[in-house]
Ligand binder design. Structure first.
Ligand SMILES: *Cc1c(COP(=O)(O)O)cnc(C)c1O
Length: 237
């Protein structure tokens, strides 16, 4: 019998069941975990389908794609789409801060003081406070995204003192090839350090398709899951 590939709804349900099971194994309430669907490279129509399945949190990693997808969806004039929360999870350039701020309500990837300043300066007069996370580099490679752990404290101090930004917590990507569980344990310690600066900064954004169960075990509050839900990503155009 040829196998019928699972539908989007089935993949979403399967991931959610795995999140709930992982939470249960750690004695955690799955209700305290936000599952964000990373929709990068997929068409705007997929976002609408996800919304129809009850998804509220979606993420993009490139400003141009985020802006384009949002305007395509806005043109549909479908008020159901209004309650989507858009997360920006990619490397950001300071000159894109205004456009990202217009499109996203959470930025996960603040990794240097100048970028925090750029997001603050990009605020329009009636903009709400922007929720941000500081991205921590868990790899040995300083060229990867994220602040080096040595500079985390200073960056958290800076963001906490920046008007118009609300520091919500930390974000990281586990290193390729290493133990995700070990990396996420380090991230939990980085989170504790940030909470000494801002006690309310309790979010831990960690865990992708390959490692979200380890992230749940390590205390992640926000999972950024792409291909396990969306299917294989189309190649970038
Ligand atoms: C693409 C991406 C994800 C999701 O990756 P998957 O492996 O497809 O789940 C998560 N976080 C960031 C920062 C990404 O760029």
């Amino acid at each position: 019998m040829p196998q019928v590939p699972p539908s989007l709804a089935e993949r979403l349900a399967d991931v959610d069941a795995r999140i709930a099971a992982a939470a249960g194994r750690s004695g955690r309430d799955p209700g305290e975990i936000t599952r964000i669907v990373v929709t990068k490279f997929h068409p705007a129509g997929l976002v609408r389908e996800l919304r129809g399945l009850g998804v509220r949190d979606v993420a993009e990693n490139r400003q141009q794609e985020l802006t384009a997808k949002k305007s395509e969806l806005a043109a549909l004039d479908d008020s159901d789409l209004d309650d989507l929360r858009w997360h920006f999870v990619g490397q950001a350039q300071t000159n894109k801060a205004r456009a990202i701020r217009q499109a996203a309500s959470v930025v996960h990837s603040i990794d240097r003081p100048r970028l925090a300043d750029a997001f603050a300066a990009a605020a329009a007069e009636d903009d709400p406070v922007l929720d941000v996370l500081v991205q921590v580099n868990l790899t040995e490679d300083a060229g990867r995204g994220g602040v080096e752990p040595d500079s985390l404290r200073a960056l958290a101090d800076h963001v906490a003192a920046t008007h118009g930004l609300r520091l919500r917590g930390v974000m990281a990507v586990a290193p390729l090839g290493g133990s995700a569980a070990e990396a996420f344990a380090r991230l939990a310690r980085h989170s504790a350090l940030v909470r000494t600066v801002v006690p309310e900064a309790t979010w831990i954004s960690a865990g992708m398709t390959g490692d979200f169960e380890e992230a749940v075990a390590a205390g992640a509050t926000h999972l950024r899951i792409g291909s396990a839900i969306t299917g294989i990503r189309p190649t970038r155009g």
